[in-house]
Design a protein around this ligand. Structure first.
Ligand SMILES: N[C@@H](CCC(=O)N[C@@H](CS)C(=O)NCC(=O)O)C(=O)O
Length: 119
């Protein structure tokens, strides 16, 4: 079972690399402003999780460079996700806004959020 999951993960990563979406092109200034805004966010994720791949593809499409935090292999990020968000489930978007921290789970909610904030 673990081996099948590993193989599936590799296939997902390969397909994602081959069919990588194109990012939207902005002026340098507009992209700088998006990059500044993206610093308020961090995406807790597993590299080969299909739901995380879906979110990363949206980020790529929107040319949004949100920091990725590996919650599978990095114990500090894993603990931060568990303590801050309340559970180990990925993807989870950490949002730091107006001095408040919010943890958004569910890939479809994260995608809708990114599209609304950055499109
Ligand atoms: N409905 C969720 C499903 C997310 C999900 O099942 N994520 C798996 C990884 S692919 C997970 O976090 N499992 C917990 C674990 O493996 O510890 C979504 O769309 O975000």
């Amino acid at each position: 079972m673990k081996f099948i999951r590993w193989i599936l993960g590799k296939i997902i990563l390969l397909l994602n690399a081959v069919f990588s979406p194109r990012g939207v092109k902005r002026s340098e200034e507009a992209q700088r402003s998006i990059d500044d805004k993206a610093q308020q966010y961090a995406l807790y994720q597993f590299e080969a999780c299909p739901f995380c791949v879906k979110v990363r593809r949206t980020m790529k499409r929107q040319s949004v460079n949100i920091e990725l935090r590996d919650a599978k292999n990095d114990p500090a990020h894993r603990t931060a996700l568990e303590q801050g968000g309340g559970r180990i489930k990925v993807p989870c978007l950490r949002i730091e806004k107006d001095g408040q921290t919010q943890w958004l789970y569910e890939s479809s909610d994260i995608i809708a959020y990114i599209e609304k904030e950055f499109a």
